[in-house]
Design a binder for this molecule. Structure first.
Ligand code: NAP
Length: 248
């Protein structure tokens, strides 16, 4: 669909689920991709083996996006290894659902730290690198949950709404440098992130989706590649729902 030849892409959480789909789509479109993850070495290696035909165009890096010094060290290596960074996809994310009255501080902090602070950490260093070439595309993996606010997801909804709010500020800061930042908001997408939902809840959620089904990873990656393309040059601070009609 789009041509990313000679472009360098970072996809956080790019070895599993939606991120893995995005990594694969960028590779097929000609990019070199650094796919990051935080701990699941087995899944990362399996993913690398699956895409072995792309050789050294796929690089895996393991670090915690919530940890500022690990992120700084990652970018320091990245800047030595690659001539430029064209695209950052802030995809890494977690859920720790619980009604607010029972939510422990640890679950609040873990979700905000990974989903929102992780987006800040990665965006800060990416912008510094992108500014040198006066070009960049950043896409945040937000969620319709950040706009609808599902029960049990106060931490998750706050983190996802925070990504959108953050992008509005950053978009205005970097627009003159030809850097855009946009958000996609998937609804329910079939990945391990939502595998723990009880059958009854899955049935209930599907009945609420006007298309009466959950989405596929490819249905998210197509939208991400559009925002990341050169063609999306006049779009910034925008948010696109990919939710089968389940819109806020
Ligand atoms: P997933 O299958 O659970 O994969 C999550 C990925 O993020 C993994 O690669 C994981 O690494 C990585 N990750 C988690 N915490 C990290 C950290 N602290 N530092 C670095 N990497 C970390 O999740 P998914 O369903 O693909 O979701 C991806 C994104 O889409 C998330 O931001 C999620 O909120 C959003 N989203 C998902 C849905 C859905 O229905 N699935 C809907 C809306 C939005 P390891 O493999 O090492 O664990």
């Amino acid at each position: 669909m789009f041509n990313f030849n000679s472009q360098h892409v970072i996809v956080t959480g790019g070895t599993r689920g939606i991120g893995a789909g995005i990594t694969e789509s960028f590779l097929k479109a000609g990019a070199t991709v650094v796919a990051t993850y935080s701990g699941n070495d087995e899944a990362a290696q399996k993913f690398k083996d699956h895409l072995s035909s792309f050789g050294d165009k796929l690089i895996l890096k393991k670090f915690n996006v919530a940890n500022a010094s690990e992120v700084e060290a990652f970018f320091s290596d990245f800047d030595k290894q690659f001539p430029s960074l064209e695209i950052l996809i802030n995809n890494a994310g977690i859920r720790r659902d619980q009604i607010v009255a029972s939510m422990g501080e640890g679950d609040w902090d873990a979700v905000i730290d990974t989903n929102l602070k992780g987006t800040y950490n990665m965006t800060k260093f990416a912008v510094l690198t992108m500014m040198k070439n006066r070009y960049g595309r950043i896409v945040n993996m937000s969620s319709v949950g950040g706009k609808l606010g599902l029960p049990g997801q106060a931490n998750y909804a706050a983190s996802k709404a925070g990504q959108i709010a953050m992008s509005l500020s950053v978009s205005k800061e970097v627009a003159k440098r030809n850097i855009t930042i946009n958000n996609v908001c998937p609804g329910f997408i079939e990945t391990e992130l939502i595998k723990d939902l009880p059958d009854e809840q899955v049935k209930e959620y599907k009945s609420q989706v006007p298309m009466k089904r959950f989405g596929k990873v490819e249905e998210v990656s197509h939208a991400v590649l559009f925002f990341a393309s050169k063609e999306a040059s006049y779009i910034t601070g925008a948010t696109l729902d990919i939710a089968g009609g389940l819109n806020a």
